[in-house]
Design a protein around this ligand. Structure first.
Ligand SMILES: Nc1ncnc2c1ncn2[C@@H]1O[C@H](COP(=O)(O)OP(=O)(O)OP(=O)(O)O)[C@@H](O)[C@H]1O
Ligand SMILES: [Mg+2]
Ligand SMILES: [Zn+2]
Length: 509
């Protein structure tokens, strides 16, 4: 008899229907899995066989064929174990085919028949909800994640045996999502920890408010790393939709933690400069999200940014342009969202003291130039704000900080974001000034005449490109939003001009 059990597979952060068909025919006892099964799916045979036997079922000596339909999409992972096992039970007359009707099954099986956690259960749950199944049967470890969606019946048996006895009675026990206790903030970072550096804090406030990419440049020990790590503390909370995207990406990557499931924390990713471009962008024969996608809706912090190999940095250009990564594979192209705010930190030169006042820089001019050139023009062009962080005097460090706290900054950032949400309400995929088109903003925002002439004079004097011109305008718009000002004034343009990247091709005269 031919059995058909409904399951699902992942492409990127979406899931699609897979029907697991099992045929048990008379003949030499053997197993075949067809339907573009790759990697771990092929090993299903061993796990499922042992799980069935160890759960007290019989595996009759038949010729068993498993087909994963549709057959034209490559399938990976271990989540087909459960539907394959059920298919075999149905095909060999140990389970009624009606008991699986209208239900969707995913999960890896241990050799003892236990249901083990899988990657990507949130996308699977979303798919199950859309396709209107009666229930989604999944491993207990994945319930918390899947129950972020409401309106879907979940069942999470501990083992194959427990599931089969429920199916035989046609009564599935509903899974209860355990509400995890709010995680205590382990780090408890705050901008008030940073002594002085008010100009840099202000720049990060502007960057957070408008979603601008920002680069911090300064000598060792100036507090760049310290400042950047506090960026996430001033960003507004994730919307429900943003949180779901974040959970889905982290789930598919297999790096979801409980705090993220429960509270939808804004991601802050800080990969080391030894990371490969596949690690940063995403990759693998079964593509997984890279750091740029794990940072989606959050911050990607590249500390010691100029220490990253040039080709790794250049790989950032495409995701920064499209807010999405496309990984092409022979079988199919997979895409992952990647809209992040980039925060880079770097020393001004190889010895690191070039920007210092107390120490002499020992670098030759040519070395300094070669160092700066590691940040290619097109990438530097996508960083709206370049901020110089000066050294702090030792005696200042011993004092208590009295400067801005994360709480106050976040309140201002949220208000500025509110203005932007209203401005871009009708535009899909645009939530803040950094994502808007410069041309659109230029035609829609009120720029006071003296502000306009200041911008034009500066543009001519500095030889700004059209892109550079619009970049200054966008940052100025954010500064105006922070002040709750309808129009962009000269003061706003003036501050925005300070964050302009100094490029060798923009002559100072
Ligand atoms: N403004 C500051 N307020 C309080 N502490 C500071 C400040 N600046 C530096 N520090 C102290 O100095 C240490 C080094 O700072 P941090 O690592 O942020 O510097 P950096 O600019 O990233 O240096 P590097 O270029 O070497 O990476 C911090 O851990 C902190 O203890
Ligand atoms: Mg540092
Ligand atoms: Zn130097």
């Amino acid at each position: 008899m031919l059995a058909a059990v409904r399951s699902a597979a992942l492409v990127g952060i979406d899931a699609y229907d897979v029907t697991v068909e099992v045929d048990a025919a008379a003949g030499l006892p053997q197993w075949t899995i067809v339907g573009l099964a790759a990697g771990a799916v092929k090993e299903s045979r061993e796990r499922v066989g042992a799980a069935l036997v160890n759960s007290g079922f019989v595996v009759p000596p038949r010729r068993i064929t498993v087909n994963l339909a549709p057959a034209d999409v490559r399938k990976e992972g271990t989540a087909f174990d459960l539907p394959i096992a059920l298919g075999i039970l149905i095909a060999t007359g140990q389970l009624d085919s009606r008991s699986v009707a209208g239900r969707l099954f995913v999960g890896e099986l241990g050799l003892d028949g236990a249901l083990r956690s899988m990657r990507g259960s949130l996308p699977v749950a979303r798919h199950a909800l859309r396709s209107g199944v009666r229930a989604l049967v999944l491993p207990p470890a994945n319930v918390a994640e899947a129950s972020r969606l409401s309106g879907i019946a979940l069942c999470a048996p501990v083992s194959l045996q427990a599931l089969v006895s429920q199916l035989r009675g046609d009564e599935l026990e509903p899974a209860m999502a355990e509400r995890t206790a709010p995680a205590a903030d382990a780090e408890d970072l705050d901008f008030s920890d940073v002594v002085g550096q008010e100009a840099a804090k202000r720049a990060l406030e502007v960057a957070a408010a408008g979603g601008h990419n920002v680069m911090l440049i300064g000598p060792p020990g100036a507090g760049k790393t310290m400042l950047a790590r506090r960026m996430a503390t001033v960003l507004p909370p994730l919307s429900e939709e943003e949180a779901l995207e974040v959970v889905a990406i982290h789930s598919v990557a297999g790096v979801l933690d409980e705090g993220m499931i429960a509270h939808g924390v804004r991601p802050f990713r800080a990969p080391h400069h030894t990371i490969s471009s596949a690690g940063l962008i995403g990759g693998g024969s079964w593509p997984r999200p890279g750091e740029v996608s794990l940072a989606h809706n959050g911050v990607l912090f590249l500390d010691e940014m100029l220490e990253f190999p040039r080709h790794v940095l250049d790989a950032l250009r495409q995701p920064m342009e499209d807010a999405r990564v496309v990984i092409a594979r022979a079988a199919q192209a997979v895409s992952f969202p990647a809209r992040f705010t980039l925060v880079g930190a770097s020393n001004p030169c190889p010895c690191g003291r070039g920007g210092g006042i107390t120490a002499e820089c020992t670098c030759a001019q040519s070395e300094i130039e070669r160092y700066a050139a590691r940040l290619s023009g097109p990438l530097a062009d996508r960083i709206d704000m370049h901020v110089t962080v000066g050294p702090v005097a030792l005696r200042e460090l011993s004092g208590k900080s009295t400067g801005s706290s994360s709480r106050n900054i976040r309140a201002r950032v949220e208000r500025a974001r509110g203005r932007q949400r209203a401005r871009y309400a009708a535009m899909r995929g645009v939530g803040c000034n950094a994502h808007a088109s410069g041309r659109w903003l230029d035609s829609r925002t009120v720029v006071k005449p003296d502000a306009r002439s200041l911008l034009q004079t500066a543009a001519e004097r500095l030889g700004l490109s059209a892109r550079g011109y619009h970049r200054v305008l966008k940052v100025a718009r954010t500064i105006a939003d922070l002040e709750d000002s309808v129009s962009v004034a000269a003061l706003h343009i003036g501050e925005a001009l300070q964050y302009r990247p100094v490029r060798r091709d923009e002559k100072s005269n």
